[in-house]
Every structure is written in C-alpha cells, then in structure tokens.
Design a protein around this ligand. Structure first.
Ligand SMILES: *[C@@H]1O[C@H](CO)[C@@H](O)[C@H](O)[C@H]1NC(C)=O
Length: 212
C-alpha cells in the first residue's frame, strides 16, 4: 500500500509535468504526389504560449536511405530563408501563417529524388518542441496515377454487380416457377379435384409427399 507521502509526491510530480510548456506539431504521416506537380506539406501546431514574433519554423529533409536530415528552410518574423544549396532551390514557398498556427510550405515540380521524410519543427520560446512532425513523401509517376486505376476498378466492379443482380433475379424467377408448379395441383386437390392432365407423375408424387 502506497503511503500518503508517496501519493503526494506523485501528485506534485504530475502537476510539475503538466506545467512544462510544449509545442505540439501535427502533420499527415504520409503523402503521395505525382511527379511534376506542386505539393503542399501541411504542418500545424499548438502552443501553450502566445505566439510571438520570435516564433520560428525549420523544415528538414531526409532523403531515402540518407543517414541524417538536412534543414532546407527556415521561417521567422515574416521572412523565409530557403537554403542556398538545397535540392529544392527555387521550388519552395511559404504556405503557412504562424499566427494561425500554420507552418506549412509548398514545393513545386516534385521529382523522384524528392522522395523521403520531411520534418516540421516549430519553436515558440519559451515553449519546447517535444516531437517534430514527420511526413513521408511518395512520388508516383504521372499517367500511372490513381485516376486511371480507379476507372478500371469501377468498370470491373460494375460488371460484377450487374452479374450478381442477374444471378439473383434469375434464381428468384426459377424458384417462383418451381413453387407454382407444386402449389397449383395442391390447390386443385384440396377441393377433391383430379390432377390436371398436364401434371406430371413426379409432381403428383411430390405433392403426395408434401401432404404426408
Ligand atoms: C514524370 O516522370 C516520368 C518518368 O520518369 C517522365 O516521363 C515524365 O516526363 C515526368 N513528368 C513530369 C511532369 O515531370
């Protein structure tokens, strides 16, 4: 059993942790874009502090298989500082608004070498970033994109659906016919009538079994 002193210590520690200010960064974990198009890398954040003019954003890029990330874009106090020798030279534009908790950027003319992880890091002193947001970017070839595939999927799906509906209707009509073949003679004999002459021997036997 925990003593009241231990419980009190735990409570104080918990309150202390809650007091530590932090910036929470939110990004989609994955994005898929076609080569040659412009992509917006969304990044939003919350801060326990009022957003000051000193707030800043750093975007880094880690290429597929690269050992570490390299920062390529810095934004603070209304000014963007794109890296000079970055692989995205001349293709990056600021697409956010720090006062609206938005730290997004856009990259134009996406190429296959842009595949990798994009890291969004926001600072709002005295807040401390706990975990920067990470986006894994995939680049798909233009022309072999999802719109072509979805048209094929839709066509195949429609054919399957039509076939299914056809099977269900045919099956239903077949059983309806079978049922009327059996029930009609049943109705007739109920009034001590003879089986109609066209009634087959099998149907008569079937009827007799049903009655038993
Ligand atoms: C996308 O990549 C394909 C394959 O490398 C290339 O043929 C095509 O020209 C590229 N499209 C654009 C717009 O860059």
């Amino acid at each position: 059993m925990a003593s009241p002193r231990v419980l009190a210590l735990v409570l104080v520690a918990a309150l202390g942790l809650a007091q530590v200010s932090a910036v929470e960064v939110y990004t989609p974990s994955e994005l898929s874009v076609r080569n040659g198009t412009k992509v917006r890398l969304p990044c939003t954040f919350t801060s326990t502090e009022v957003i000051s003019s000193a707030a800043s954003v750093t975007w880094s890029f880690q290429a597929q298989g690269a050992p570490s990330a390299v920062s390529f874009f810095y934004y603070s106090n209304g000014k963007a500082y794109p890296g000079k020798d970055a692989p995205f030279k001349g293709r990056i534009s600021w697409a956010g608004d720090l006062y609206k908790n938005d730290a997004s950027i856009s990259i134009a003319d996406i190429q296959f070498q842009d595949i990798g992880t994009y890291i969004c890091d926001v600072r709002n002193s005295p807040d401390i970033v706990v975990t920067p947001g990470e986006i894994r970017l995939r680049v798909v070839e233009r022309g072999h994109d999802y719109s072509n595939r979805s048209i094929i999927c839709l066509a195949v799906g429609t054919v399957i659906l039509v076939l299914l509906v056809f099977i269900v209707i045919t099956d239903h009509l077949f059983w309806k016919e079978q049922k009327s073949k059996v029930l009609k003679p049943l109705a007739n004999t109920e009034n001590n009538q003879r089986f109609p002459s066209d009634c087959s021997r099998t149907t008569r036997l079937l009827y007799q079994n049903v009655r038993l």
